[in-house]
Design a protein around this ligand. Structure first.
Ligand code: 13P
Ligand code: SF4
Length: 307
């Protein structure tokens, strides 16, 4: 922390001077999350903040699809991402052209896209969802279309997990999160054997057999909320490593079992990169206005749902 103090002070000065805010995803390292993040949360919470803020500049401490979502919701604002290499295996698994082919194959079927997608994919779809509202979004859009079949893309595991919680037929895509697909049901059984009584919380991007072994499944914000509310004696978060560091800092009375996987994309965001963004305006995220307008309809439809 002492090493980081001058850079943190410089970032916070520049934010005030330039009327900038930093939106920090739950997977940011604690130095970023606590010392410079103005808003912290999961994808849905950060999208809501992007839409609501009156700052002139948004620095996205997260991955590229999150910065695009901010730009889609706040087109008049400057949106910066500290590293253009902060991608996502889900976002890169599908294109707008792929979605057009799916729509031709399943005419009349509503298309729900996970926010972990590029703007051109969102532009082709009826409504977005995040891991915190996927089941409700699927049920809402099926009722609106008067159908019991839905296309939910691109995460095959999220889709299977949602399908298990609704009576709707869910058509999906072969995408996966490179971080969460590596967890196995055997990992959970080993954790339980090593720490009897441990409470296991897992992200819905994990394969269904992993979720079947967990005590609770939810978005990053939902997992954090579970720990703060229930204060388990021992807990393991089956997700990205920085989550445990951040939730542990806010819950010193809870013991965290630490097997986790790193997201190489999220870890490209550093304090140094954030400072460079604020100093030099790199890297500005832009979205073609026509694409942005269509994508905005899908994101706002989700945000406006009374969930
Ligand atoms: P959340 O919406 O739960 O924050 O998830 C985003 C993400 O990228 C998880 O891997
Ligand atoms: Fe994408 Fe997975 Fe990284 Fe989240 S954790 S940004 S879904 S690769």
């Amino acid at each position: 922390w002492e090493l980081h103090a001058p850079i943190i002070a410089r970032i916070n000065d520049l934010k005030a001077q330039k009327n900038a805010v930093i939106l920090a995803h739950n997977y940011m390292t604690p130095d970023i999350f606590f010392a410079v993040g103005d808003f912290r949360g999961d994808s849905l919470q950060l999208a809501r903040e992007a839409a609501a803020t009156d700052a002139d500049i948004i620095v996205q401490a997260g991955v590229h699809f999150m910065a695009e979502t901010s730009k889609i919701l706040a087109p008049e604002k400057t949106v910066l991402i500290p590293s253009l290499e902060a991608g996502c295996s889900l976002a890169s698994s599908i294109t707008g052209a792929d979605v057009r082919l799916l729509k031709e194959r399943y005419p009349g079927t509503p298309v729900v896209t996970y926010v972990n997608t590029t703007a051109d994919v969102k532009a082709e779809t009826d409504i977005c969802c995040t891991s915190s509202n996927a089941v409700q979004v699927v049920e809402h859009i099926c009722a609106e279309f008067g159908t019991d079949q839905v296309i939910l893309i691109p995460d095959q595991y999220l889709a299977k997990n949602v399908a298990a919680m609704t009576d709707k037929k869910v058509i999906t895509w072969a995408g996966a999160c490179e971080v969460h697909e590596r967890f196995t049901a055997e990992d959970i059984r080993e954790i339980r054997a090593g720490k009897p009584g441990v409470i296991v919380l897992a992200h819905p991007e994990c394969p269904p057999d992993v979720l079947a072994e967990a005590d609770f499944a939810g978005s990053t914000a939902a997992m954090s909320g579970y720990v703060s509310k229930n204060k388990p004696k021992d807990v393991v978060l089956i997700t990205e490593c920085s989550m445990s560091d951040n939730v542990a800092a806010e819950n010193p009375d809870v013991a965290f079992v630490r097997p986790c996987n790193l997201c190489p994309h999220m870890k490209r965001i550093s304090l140094e990169g954030i400072l460079r963004s604020l100093e030099s305006g790199e890297h500005e995220v832009t979205v073609d206005p026509v694409i942005a307008q269509r994508a905005r309809a899908a994101v706002e439809r989700m945000i406006d749902l009374p969930l």
